[in-house]
Design a protein around this ligand. Sequence first.
Ligand code: NAD
Ligand code: GLY
Length: 358
Amino acid sequence: MKTLYVELGDRRYPIYIGPGLLARPELLGSHIPGQQALVVSNTTVAPLYLEPVRAALGGRRHEVVILPDGEQYKTLDTLNEVFTALLSHRFDRNCTVIALGGGVIGDLAGFAAACYQRGVHFMQIPTTLLAQVDSSVGGKTAVNHPFGKNMIGAFYQPLCVLADTNTLATLPDRELSAGLAEVIKYGLIRDLPFLEWLEANLDALLARDAAALSEAIECSCRNKAEVVAADERETGERALLNLGHTFGHAIETGIGYGEWLHGEAVAVGMILAAELSARLGWLYREQVDRVRRLLERARLPLQPPPGLTPDDFLRLMAVDKKVKDGQLRLILLRELGRAVIASDAPPRLVKETLEQAL
Ligand code: NAD
Ligand code: GLY
């Protein structure tokens, strides 16, 4: 097992990464302060992994809420089901909400923990690659609104993240690829050696080689933990973690939540960001092709979905959490391995990039 820490002073917390962690009750148990726990999971993950979690909770009083599976259920209505469970079981302020699942469950359960009685304990047990490398770390919690993705939420850190890499064995291939998009993101924004490592090891990752997956998860979490420790509430550097996300969120909102996976939309968003960076003279064409090739090898989509026009994109991109005083800010690549926040990308170039891609 590898242990990394998100260094946030007295809210510092560990990320445990390794095989078989669900079978180690002491890891889970030592991070539950009280006697009450609510496990939040969904109809796909609960049949696979709820039992070991229940066993690890030992004699503690625990209840379970099982939500429908899918991004389209990451809503205020579903969130209310978690509040109803907490209230109907009379859980108090010393209870712990445990998210068992992918990023949808983690984001939603985390927001429930942030709101219930103005904040109760929270723990993340991520079971997708995407959640193990990104969403479970850093404390962003949210639900979607029909007008915009992750628009209703809070920063709320967990007490620990427990990433049992054995859970990835049951993950569908398409979900594995979606997780790889966020892994590749770290290489592109701030870690060129990791990008090169990914180019050399992508086949092993696709073949679910345990050592390669562990290395990729650890390196991703190390990058994310560093960024979050430096800028927890995204006043600056943390925005770089959103490479591809402004375009990607426009895709997810535009075609309807759950049609494309989040990682798929981010992959196309990263290609659009690389193309725009090339138009600005920051990347050579060969470098854009290198990004495209890696994402293609990861079996990710390379083109935006049909049906969205450049104007649709621009309208949807205007509802983005990085918009400041009405001005769009995009994460672009100054070079491979170095992302920047660009608030002055000429709208003409943004539109041309979209027109060419569409
Ligand atoms: P997801 O939570 O929908 O999980 C993907 C699918 O895999 C679901 O059907 C799920 O039930 C299933 N699944 C989960 N674990 C499984 C397992 N071990 N075996 C078999 N099936 C399993 O999607 P995701 O890709 O994990 O997360 C995407 C969400 O994360 C989006 O809502 C996105 O906005 C959010 N996100 C948040 C952050 C953050 O910082 N908070 C970062 C990135 C993404
Ligand atoms: N996934 C982006 C962030 O955590 O900031």
